[in-house]
Design a protein. Structure first.
Length: 720
């Protein structure tokens, strides 16, 4: 920094430390020139020759030197205390005799080990004073044992709403001094960091399109890095700012935790077990496997325990209701799992010896022994009216090792809205004026009825609205989630998904409510119907496993067969009126686009969209294809000649303030389709966004100090 005439801070001292450590181990200067000017030039232009280090220097120490000597201060090692830990670990590993079954390193002779140990002991002793000073000067947080006086403070985080849909929208550092959070404004999301002694936040990342919106931030153990997810990838970025660095691919991850050994444990997608990956990036390795014999469909929201060897996580048999979820612990080395509590989600271990978790909108605490991995006594409520998502099993809270709790309070009741007709010019008129929480509108093939998935009394059900008589009829009554309904071609049946008997499976019932409910599939992974062929034989199905994949159900044979299954996410399949093609959305290009394939063979493929889009719909005569973007509805003319498909140039029909967009309409923690088109293609059923531009009231968080004292004073029966 000095050579470039830039401002120098403690990170310049870390660079100097790396230079000294290199010279002591290599026995030569890292940068050497004939004059001062020559030396400075080499400092700026060249990298040190790491091959000059003796082969006995442990790999961790080599990596430490490399991290200290990174030219960019933002990418450099941020805390000198980490250097001390690396050197201590290296000394400890050299002190241990090699394992009998471990492969010998290339130069693992007794003399080489003694030489390496002697070098490191000299380094450790000579740098002990410098490290002690550096640690004291760089880690200025209060001791973990320090007890703050209880105090509740309202924090105005930003100008936009916090993103509450997927996991906690914020994370607090272990020393309790830094807060990272995600704000949302429409389809845009941004990641910020803020020191709690400052009023100004620093932007770290924001989305360029619907595939790069950050969510669920998590911090490295030393607080120098922020990890976060976007729909297709995990990233990390220095707290001080800089270019985000990719860690690995995901598909809508549901939680991650950064362990002390620089491993990240994460949920790759909503319907998977946990995986692990080096924080520097690499190939993910599976850590847990869904036990399908027990009906498990998801492992998510992991948290590393203090020993760095175990991870706490949530396991559940449903993707939409986490009231009965289990909290488990997995050994990261052996993969051995243990259930520690049932009936809660989003569990976190607190240094006071408690396990905290949520059920609906209440935070509970129970005694937990991290050595025995066992709970004791009874759970007691510690915080009510917490902002949570029953459908995702997530909650808006985090805490530091100094006893600071940050949480988001439960907001207002679910926003309600009517259903409207919208013509091709964007002009709207009332369709269903009674406000409600409506999603997945589906117009019957004859255009006389509208089916909806409706949220009432915290329960999702299928309803049918008679457009002529203006009468609504409830079709399902189970306490599970019934949703994603589609019409048969004759309008006599509705086919929908339900989790009443485990993971979402397909059911069929008469649209007038008569007759018995018929179960069509029994699956161990969630499935949703998206389209029903006109001849009544095939049903397009979207399945959530490692990725979203497309299948089709043959109702004549009862078999479910794959259609498109790749490493990418495919969904929203729509069978053409003639039954020869299927339109769908896929993120194979990096953003969701609309494609068409021959059906059911899937042999030929065409890309129809020229910009991101989702949820394709056919006009009844098959001569036009519609889809959704963030602005409104897009249409493209279509020509079909046997097995030949041609699409014209897409045209934006209209734009407007309508709920939903590329990600569908979100309600109750779930996302659903947000429009449908009449058979003649002249009108669309959509949801007016009555609060467009308004804030949802989630710009504030509560900071509670001295929280550990409150936990320890709980009257938890059975505690010591």
């Amino acid at each position: 920094e000095q050579a470039r005439a830039l401002a120098a801070d403690r990170r310049a001292d870390i660079w100097s430390f790396g230079v000294i450590l290199y010279e002591m181990l290599a026995g030569r200067r890292a940068f050497l020139g004939d004059t001062v000017a020559d030396t400075v030039a080499k400092v700026i232009e060249r990298e040190p020759d790491l091959s000059a280090l003796p082969p006995t220097v442990p790999l961790k120490v080599r990596e430490l030197i490399e991290r200290c000597l990174v030219k960019s201060p933002r990418q450099r090692l941020q805390a000198i205390g980490d250097a001390r830990l690396v050197l201590e670990e290296a000394l400890a590993s050299l002190a241990r005799p090699p394992s009998a079954d471990a492969p010998a390193p290339p130069v693992a002779t007794g003399r080489a080990r003694a030489g390496a140990r002697r070098w490191l002991l000299i380094v450790a002793s000579m740098l002990a004073g410098a490290l002690a000073w550096a640690v004291a000067s760089s880690l200025r947080s209060p001791p973990e044992a320090q007890v703050e006086r209880p105090l509740a403070v309202d924090i105005a985080v930003g100008t936009d709403d916090l993103y509450y849909q997927l996991g906690a929208s914020f994370a607090i550092s272990r020393d309790g001094n830094t807060l990272t959070y995600v704000e949302s404004q429409g389809s845009k999301r941004s990641l910020f960091v803020r020191s709690l002694d400052q009023l100004v936040s620093i932007a770290l990342a924001s989305n360029q399109d619907e595939t790069t919106g950050p969510y669920h931030p998590f911090l490295s153990p030393d607080g120098s890095w922020v990890g976060y997810a976007v729909p297709a990838e995990l990233y990390r970025v220095p707290v001080s700012g800089g270019a985000p660095l990719a860690v690995c691919k995901v598909s809508r991850s549901r939680g991650a935790t950064w362990l002390p050994d620089d491993t990240i444990v994460f949920a790759p997608n909503p319907a998977s077990g946990l995986s692990s990956v080096p924080a520097l990036g690499g190939e993910p390795q599976p850590l847990t496997t869904l036990d399908q014999t027990k009906g498990e469909v998801t492992h998510r929201w992991p948290q590393g325990l203090p020993d760095g060897k175990h991870v706490l996580f949530t396991s559940n048999n449903s993707l939409s209701n986490f009231d009965g979820a289990a909290l488990e612990v997995v050994d990261v080395e052996s993969g051995e799992r243990k259930v520690v509590y049932r009936g809660g989600t989003y569990g976190r271990y607190v240094p006071t010896g408690h396990l905290v978790f949520v059920n609906r909108t209440t935070l509970f605490a129970i005694r937990f022994d991290p050595d025995k991995l066992e709970t004791s006594g009874s759970a007691a409520p510690v915080l009510q009216k917490l902002a949570t998502s029953t459908a995702e099993g997530a909650a808006q809270y985090d805490f530091s090792n100094t006893g600071r709790l940050v949480y988001g309070a439960q907001g207002a009741l679910a926003v309600v809205y009517p259903v409207a007709w919208v013509d091709r010019n964007g002009q709207s008129s009332p369709l269903l004026e009674e406000p409600g929480v409506y999603v997945n509108p589906r117009i019957s093939p004859d255009g006389s009825r509208l089916s909806l998935t409706v949220l009432r009394d915290e329960n999702w059900d299928v309803w049918v609205y008679d457009l002529g008589r203006g009468v609504s009829t409830r079709l399902t009554f189970d306490e599970g989630v019934e949703s994603e309904q589609i019409w048969s071609a004759d309008g006599k049946y509705l086919l929908f998904s339900s989790d009443r008997e485990g993971p979402d499976s397909l059911y069929r019932k008469r649209a007038d409510g008569s007759g018995e409910l018929e179960r069509l599939t029994q699956t161990k992974v969630a499935q949703w119907a998206t389209s029903w062929s006109r001849d009544g034989r095939y049903v397009a199905v979207m399945q959530s496993e490692q990725q979203y994949d497309l299948l089709y159900l043959d109702l004549e044979s009862g078999e479910t067969k794959p259609f498109v299954s790749t490493q990418f996410g495919e969904g929203s399949g729509a069978i053409s009126p003639d039954g020869h093609f299927l339109a769908y959305s896929s993120n194979e290009s990096g953003s969701n686009q609309i494609y068409v394939r021959t059906f059911p063979s899937g042999e030929a493929k065409w890309q129809v969209s020229d910009a991101p889009g989702t949820a394709p719909r056919w006009r009844a005569d098959g001569r036009e294809l519609f889809w959704r973007n963030n602005e409104g509805i897009v249409a493209a003319p279509v020509e079909i000649d046997g097995t030949t498909f041609r699409a014209g140039k897409p045209q934006q029909l209209f734009k407007g303030a309508w709920k939903g967009g590329l990600n569908g309409v979100g309600a109750g923690g779930l996302s659903f389709a947000d429009y449908d088109v009449t058979p003649d293609g002249k009108r669309f059923a959509m949801f007016p966004d009555l609060e467009a531009g308004a804030k949802g009231g989630h710009q504030h968080l509560t900071l509670l100090t001295g929280w550990f004292g409150q936990l320890q004073s709980l009257d938890v029966r059975g505690s010591k």
